[in-house]
Design a protein around this ligand. Sequence first.
Ligand code: PLP
Length: 430
Amino acid sequence: MSNPKLATNALHAGHDTTQTSGTRAVPIFQSTSYVFNNTDHAANLFSLAELGFIYTRLNNPTNQILQERLAAIEGGVGAVVFASGTAAIATGLMTLLRAGDHIVASSSLYGGTFNLLNVTLPRLGITTTFVDPDDPTNFGKAVQENTRAIFVESLGNPKLDVLDLKGISKEAQAAKVPFIVDNTVATPGLLNPIEHGANLVIHSLTKYINGNGTALGGAIIDAGTFDWTNGKFPEFTEPSAGYHGLVYSEALGAAAFTFKLILEGLRDFGGALSPFNAFQIIQGLETLPIRIKQHSENALALAEWLQDRKEVAWVNYPGLKGGKYYELAQEYLPKGQSGLVTFGVKGGFEAAKQLTDATKVFSLLANIGDTKSLIIHPSSTTHQQLTEEQQLSAGVSQDLIRLSVGLEDISDLKEDLEQAFAAIDKSVLA
Ligand SMILES: *Cc1c(COP(=O)(O)O)cnc(C)c1O
C-alpha cells in the first residue's frame, strides 16, 4: 500500500500475518523472555548489532505491533508503550531531563500530570513554570536558560481548551526544546499533533484508544524531528554510561529518543505494558476512527440540548458555536471535538453533587473515554487536592460537571439527565 489512511492503519499497521502463524487477530505473546539461538546471537542483541526480543520489560511481539500501529497512526518514526499514561509521562520526562532542568507547561492539564510536575518532580530538582496556554507567546516568555521541554495537552482535560499547537510549536523551536503534546482527549482519530509541530506525542491508551474501560496503558510516539545535537542534550551526543558508551544520536539518528526510552527508560523504571493489555488495546484501536466520530456527534447533540435547560448556568464544548474555542476547534478538530462536555449547574457545589448522585445511565466514576457514558464532579473528587486557585486555572469551578459522553442512544442520555435534574432539591437550585 502506498499511503494507508487512518482506518486502514487502525486495522492492519504493524501486523505481518506471516510472522504470527497466519493468525488474522494479533495474538497475545504471553512470555517474559525469548530463547537465543546461541551466545553470539545473545551478545548481538544486547549490543544492538541485531534487533530482537530479549525480555518483556523492554519489548514483546504483541506490544511491538501496538507500537508500530500507533507510530503509523500518529505519523512518528517510533512508539513505545507503557503500563499507563502516567508511566509514559513520568518515564518520558525522566529519560529526557536531569536535576536542574526546567519545563514550561500549560496550566490546563490532567490533575495527575499537574501533581507530577508541581510536587513530585521538584523534589528531584526538575521544576515547571505553568502558563496560560491561550496566548502561545506565554510559553516563549517563560523559557529559561535551563528549559528543556514544553508540555501541553492538545485538548485540555477537563477545561476543554483547544490549543494553538502551531503557535506553541514555534515557541518551542525558537527555544530549541522538544514540544511534547498529550493527545489523549483529542485522539489520533481527530488530530495528529505531529502535523502541527509536536516532537513527542503522549497517550493514555486507557481512554478512547482502548475505549472499553478494560485496560490501563500509555504510549509515547516520537516524531523523529527533534535535533538532539543542538548542544542542550549531552546525554544524546556523548557516550552513555548507562549503555556501554552508546552515542544515541550517532547510532540511532531520528530514532534516538525511541531507543533511549526502551534501553534506559523501560530498563531502569520498569513501567512495561502487559501483553494481555496490549491485546485489549489493539481490539479497541481497531474501531477508534468510527467510535470517536459517534462520541463527538453525541457530545455535540447533548451540549446543544444542555444549553436550553433552565437548571444549567453554562455549557462548554469546543464544537458549540459562539464558544471561546470554536474557531480553534474548527482549525484543529474539524472532524469532531471528542466526547467530553462540561457544564455548570445553577446552585453550585451542592446541586452538582446531587445531580451526579441521581444519574442512572451515566456512571459516577473517575475515567473518560469509555463506550459507556460517565459523569463526575471534579471539584469534590479528581481535583479536590488542589487549592481553589489551582482548580480555577485548571478550569475547574465548584459548579462544574464533566460528562464523558458514550455511545448509548442520545434520547436515553437526555432522559437520564432530565430525571437527574428533577431529583435536585428545589431549594438548592434556586
Ligand atoms: C487519564 C489521563 C492521563 C493518565 O493516564 P493513565 O492511563 O490513567 O495513567 C494523562 N493525560 C490525560 C489527558 C488523561 O486523561
